[in-house]
Design a protein around this ligand. Structure first.
Ligand SMILES: [Zn+2]
Length: 210
């Protein structure tokens, strides 16, 4: 399953996306957020959609069945808990949620891969960390730098990402880069850069799926 983060109409529907949903650890979280953007105004939701479509095309051509959490970039949501449940219902062999970060720290750059920690079920243990490692390796092989501001060696286990908490399948969230950093933004907002991200994610998934 591919989960392109956010959605094109989230920003004009605050009543929907601000609604609290269960965060998977006994608390609550907003249904969704608008996502971030580059300083030049290229949006995260457009980025995640573009990359997901590229990955879907590449995987489909290799005979992999792909499920998406949204079918265009002109809608609202779905909520983060529902996104996880779509993968659970599909019994997805692997779930990749695609995002880009928005750190205002001037020097912050690079990608990192998030997984649920501490794990809440067996799928969140070795299968998810193995998927995270595969994607980290293929992103690095394409020349993308690991994050210099969050996580360790491109990996970051954390308890507060509802979509990762709710999953019962091997699942990770890829933060492809920092949209506020000029070099990352150049990659994130160019078609060539997005093709390279998509190629790396496709390679990582194929490596993981064996
Ligand atoms: Zn995001």
């Amino acid at each position: 399953m591919l989960d392109p983060g956010h959605n094109g109409r989230n920003s004009s529907n605050p009543g929907v996306i601000n609604k609290p949903v269960p965060d998977g650890r006994g608390g609550s979280k907003a249904c969704n957020t608008t996502g971030t953007a580059t300083n030049a105004g290229y949006s995260e939701h457009a980025f995640t959609w573009d990359v997901a479509v590229r990955v879907r095309e590449a995987l489909t051509a290799r005979g992999v069945k792909v499920v998406m959490t949204r079918e265009d970039d002109n809608g609202v949501g779905p909520c983060v808990d529902e996104r996880a449940k779509i993968g659970n219902r599909a019994s997805a062999d692997a779930v990749v949620s695609i995002h880009a970060d928005g750190s205002n720290s001037a020097s912050a750059r690079g990608f990192h891969i998030i997984y649920s920690a501490p794990p809440l079920n067996a799928a969140q243990r070795e299968p998810s960390t193995k998927l995270a490692g595969a994607l980290r390796d293929t992103l690095r092989a394409k020349g993308f730098p690991v994050s210099n501001y969050i996580g360790s060696n491109g990996l970051h286990g954390r308890p507060d990402i509802a979509g990762m908490n709710h999953t019962t399948r091997p699942a990770v969230m890829v933060e492809c880069g920092n949209m506020r950093h000029p070099e990352d933004a150049a990659q994130l907002s160019s078609a060539a850069g997005r093709a390279k991200y998509a190629s790396a994610i496709t390679d990582g998934l194929l490596r993981y799926l064996g």
